[in-house]
Design a binder for this molecule. Structure first.
Ligand code: WQD
Length: 338
């Protein structure tokens, strides 16, 4: 069974990807420092899959730890999730973001070269497109100046990989540009665990519905969109996880020194208000929300053209927005309300 190192594998997307890898006959090896995840996720993964995955506590800047993992496991590839990801925080702590997100990528790539590990899937983001001039977004859509140091680490990370592959190091790379990951595993055993006040829409919705937050503020309804609120492409985290499995399988068949980018979204755009109404409808709830001022830096509307990932990886989303809202709420109900 091929073993895959998942950096950040106890995190939101990492943990869901570990499940889908296992379901696809691949064995996850998890590396996580719990800076944005919890140790009990490992127990939940064992409950879902019936397998306790090998786990190493630490981060990708620890080269000696990476060497220990390679000593103990023959790795067929790496999925690199581990990164700081809070847009707002990154503007306050840019150096921490550049050091962690880019430093760890550099250490990881040197490690892979030294150990002859040839396949990596890199977690990128639609944030590299900024506000696209033409919608839906294709992989040929020009990237724009990042709106935050976080977004810039994704853009620079892609550039590092492109330049590195050009030097013919003997690796194959896929960068996946995520749109907006939402939802939770249908088992409700794993899901999004935001630390502190959620910055993202859906955890704020579910925490408001759970009474943890008083009210949700819709950041503006005076945009040039169907109902005035911003448009995003919300993709179920299990669909997103499956895209990583298909990306790895694609890499296994490719020649070395290969780099390819894929958008990972549903191809559908939904407004904030549509998300709220879908949540209310599918869960039979009324959500306390108000319209507030716009949030600085927000992209007005973006959603993916998914032709490339559909045709090249044979990947299609299976879950609807309603499924996302149902699974998010079912997951929230398992969490403490304190
Ligand atoms: C979605 C929409 C908000 C909260 C960011 C990063 C992206 C990825 C996902 C890490 C926007 C509105 C939100 C609220 C609201 N991050 N909103 N009230 O900004 O599209 O993407 O998070 O991987 O890289 O850029 O996601 O969920 O913050 O916002 O009205 O309380 O919901 O204005 O229109 P975003 P989001």
């Amino acid at each position: 069974m091929k073993k895959i190192l998942i950096t950040g594998g106890a995190g939101y997307i990492g943990s869901h990807t570990a499940v889908e890898l296992w379901n696809a006959g691949l064995e996850p090896i998890i590396l996580d420092d719990f800076s944005n995840s919890h140790e009990h996720v490992l127990d939940r993964l064992a409950e879902i899959t019936g397998k306790r995955f090998a786990f190493y506590r630490g981060d990708c800047n620890q080269r000696e730890l990476l060497d220990q993992i390679a000593q103990e496991h023959q790795l067929a590839g790496v999925i690199h999730f581990a990164a700081f990801k809070a847009v707002g925080e990154s503007t306050q702590q840019p150096l921490a973001y550049y050091k962690n997100n880019l430093g760890s990528l550099l250490v990881l790539l040197e490690f892979m070269q030294d150990k002859g590990i040839q396949n990596i899937v890199f977690s990128s983001s639609c944030t590299v497109y900024g506000q696209p001039d033409v919608l839906p977004v294709t992989e040929a859509t020009p990237r724009k100046d990042a709106e935050s140091p976080y977004g810039n680490t994704k853009k620079i990370g892609e550039d590092i990989l492109v330049d590195y592959v050009k030097s013919k190091p003997g690796i194959r790379v896929v960068a996946l540009r995520y749109f907006n990951p939402v939802g939770a595993h249908p088992s409700a055993k794993i899901g999004e665990l935001p630390m502190g006040t959620p910055q993202n829409l859906v955890p704020f919705i579910t925490q408001t519905a759970a009474g943890i937050r008083q009210k949700l503020t819709v950041f503006g309804n005076d945009y040039d969109t169907p109902d005035g609120s911003c448009v995003r492409d919300y993709i179920h985290v299990v669909d997103l996880a499956d895209a990583h499995v298909k990306a790895l399988r694609f890499l296994f068949e490719k020649t070395l020194d290969f780099y390819e980018v894929f958008n990972v979204g549903t191809g559908r755009g939904n407004t904030v208000l549509e998300v709220i109404h879908a949540f209310e409808k599918v869960n039979g709830l009324k959500l306390a929300y108000e319209i507030g001022p716009r949030r600085a830096g927000d992209v007005v509307k973006t959603w993916a053209n998914t032709t490339k990932i559909n045709q090249v990886l044979g990947w299609y989303p299976k879950f609807s927005l309603e499924d996302c809202m149902k699974d998010s709420w079912r997951w929230q109900l398992t969490l403490d309300t304190k």
